[in-house]
Unconditional design. Structure first.
Length: 560
């Protein structure tokens, strides 16, 4: 099972708070209240209103069945933030049955159901620094709940007036790269906030063809299952307001282009005061070297030209302005090559039997092919059915065609199918779909075919990045027992591979493919750091614009 960890959970946003209260009886369900454990606020200006920040709490349903009856009461205790912060219900997200006083906000609702977290089970507040609150002042909001017959775990949010505001400098690496090339990554940032950061997490989220060249003991890496990896380096210290910081001369970072490169992306970011990951492990230093930061001799040259204005929950708990904490850069590898091989099968049965076949392609590398930018399919599989069989079930990513490649309305029983290969093909990765077909009659010398190529009208054409044309097409035959059937011939792929089985959606999701495993070469990993790896780009979900700091499953595999 994928274990997804957000940086926000590490720095405070999130994470459902599960351990504060035990249910009255072991058999009773327990409903956790989720919300941030900390939030920093802009100090009140000399003139004008204080800047408000959003604060959401959610009551999650984790009990038996699909719903739980009864009246739920949630209380937001404001007594300990008096004089520190002003808190009110968000008028843009109204919620019925709420009352407000100087010391508390109380909301009630009837029942709790599965799947209503974004609607009826959450409530939103707006929080700002009190008018006369001093920089560094802090207080706590305590949120509790109650319902008959169940327990509700509380959550506490620490509010602090002022905080760090880390503004990340823009890197300008070469966009066109070659395998084996290394580029300097002179990461730098300035603290434009009102309070120091006591530590920072530097994060590099690189897709499959890119990797940090150095290894440091205070850095950890989390693999994205073939789609790249996120490296997180925790640097302790005091990073003062008004100062700029850069990598120490004796701890540089370089980005290496590997043979897996094709179209790649690097996201890099900095987060103030990250909390240790709960599953962080202590270990002996692997190299004796740590990544370090020093004050910059001049102001960090930062611009806004490469900032991404996306609605992502980044470091908004611990940074006053999280929108300038990350940047991204895209690379294209010159001369990238990947061998896409057709995967076929040779099912057998008697007339009247229904047989299945896993048909598709595999990426033999060396490049990991992804079309994350365009969201176009990396390849199409053109499947021609042999005569004498009637297709009874097709994968979801395939559509029927007539023999000449023209569109066909009826999806079952077609002589030909075009299957979408998805936007990502790992190395080694096999992407197949399961076809079911009924053997209606034995036809002498009946042969179909499986061809992998670039989608074009009516079929495919050779892939520009594929240097091996001979294995892009393979024969597909169905052996009819007691009848006359040809033997497969031609490509070496004519017999099925043990790794060619996958779910019908395997061509869309590499993680669903039985053989789509493999690691990325090189790492910056060590067990010496106490901060958990988190992905800047949600690459594990194959989403370029996904939320920042999302960790994805570690996959097994050796270095490419």
């Amino acid at each position: 099972m994928d274990k997804r960890i957000s940086l926000l959970a590490a720095t405070g946003l999130a994470a459902l708070s599960l351990g504060a209260a035990a249910p009255a009886l072991a058999a009773e369900p327990v409903f956790p209240l989720g919300g941030p454990s900390a939030l920093v606020l802009q100090p009140s200006p000399d003139t004008g209103a204080s800047k408000e920040r959003s604060l959401r709490y959610e009551l999650a349903y984790v009990g038996p069945g699909n719903s739980f009856p009864g009246e739920f009461t949630v209380t937001v205790d404001l007594a300990k933030v008096s004089g520190v912060a002003s808190v009110r219900l968000d008028p843009a997200k109204p919620r019925p049955n709420c009352t407000t006083s100087a010391t508390a906000i109380v909301c009630t609702q009837q029942g709790l159901s599965v799947g209503t977290g974004g609607n009826g089970n959450s409530f939103d507040l707006l929080v700002s620094a009190a008018k006369d609150a001093k920089n560094g002042a802090s207080g706590e909001i305590a949120v509790t709940g109650r319902v008959a017959g169940a327990g509700v775990t509380p959550v506490t949010t620490k509010l602090t007036v002022g905080g760090p505001d880390l503004h990340l400098g823009e890197l300008k690496p070469k966009a066109e790269v070659t395998a084996g090339e290394q580029q300097d990554l002179p990461l730098a940032f300035a603290n434009r906030g009102t309070l120091p950061a006591r530590s920072v997490a530097l994060e590099l989220d690189a897709s499959a063809g890119l990797e940090p060249a150095e290894t440091y003991d205070n850095c950890r890496r989390q693999d994205h299952g073939g789609m790249g990896a996120t490296t997180v380096c925790l640097v302790e210290g005091e990073f003062l307001p008004g100062e700029s910081y850069q990598l120490a001369p004796d701890s540089p970072l370089h980005l290496k282009t590997t043979e897996r490169a094709y179209q790649d992306r690097l996201r890099y970011g900095v987060v103030p005061d990250p909390a240790p990951a709960k599953d962080a492990t202590e270990g002996k230093p692997a190299t004796g070297k740590k990544l370090k930061l020093v004050k910059a001799s001049a102001a960090v040259p930062v611009t806004d030209s490469n900032l991404e204005a996306r609605d992502a929950r980044r470091a908004e708990d611990t940074d006053l302005n999280p929108r300038d904490n990350e940047r991204a850069f895209e690379f294209t590898a010159k001369g990238a090559r990947a061998d896409f091989e057709a995967v076929t099968a040779a099912p057998s049965g008697k007339v009247g039997d229904t047989v299945v076949a896993e048909l598709g392609f595999r990426n033999k590398g060396p490049a990991v092919i992804s079309h994350l930018r365009s969201s176009q399919s990396v390849a199409r599989t053109d499947i021609v059915m042999p005569a004498g069989v009637q297709v009874t079930d097709v994968p979801r990513n395939c559509r029927a065609a007539n023999a000449d490649g023209s569109d066909r309305a009826e999806q079952l029983g077609a002589p030909r199918y075009f299957c979408d290969g998805g936007i990502f093909a790992d190395v080694p990765g096999t992407y197949t779909g399961r076809f079911s077909m009924k053997i209606e009659k034995a036809v002498a010398d009946a042969k179909g075919s499986v061809t992998v190529g670039e989608p074009v009208a009516g079929g495919t054409k050779p892939l520009a990045f594929d240097p091996v044309a001979g294995n892009a097409k393979a024969a597909f035959v169905v052996e009819v027992k007691g009848g006359t059937s040809p033997s497969p011939s031609g490509s070496a792929s004519a017999s099925p591979s043990p790794s060619a089985s996958a779910s019908p959606s395997a061509s869309v999701s590499p993680s669903a493919s039985a053989s789509a495993t493999g690691g990325t070469g090189g790492n910056l990993a060590s067990t010496g750091s106490s901060v958990g790896p988190i992905a800047l780009g949600a690459l594990g979900a194959v989403a370029v614009g996904g939320a920042l700091y999302v960790g994805v499953r570690r996959r097994s595999g050796g270095h490419a």
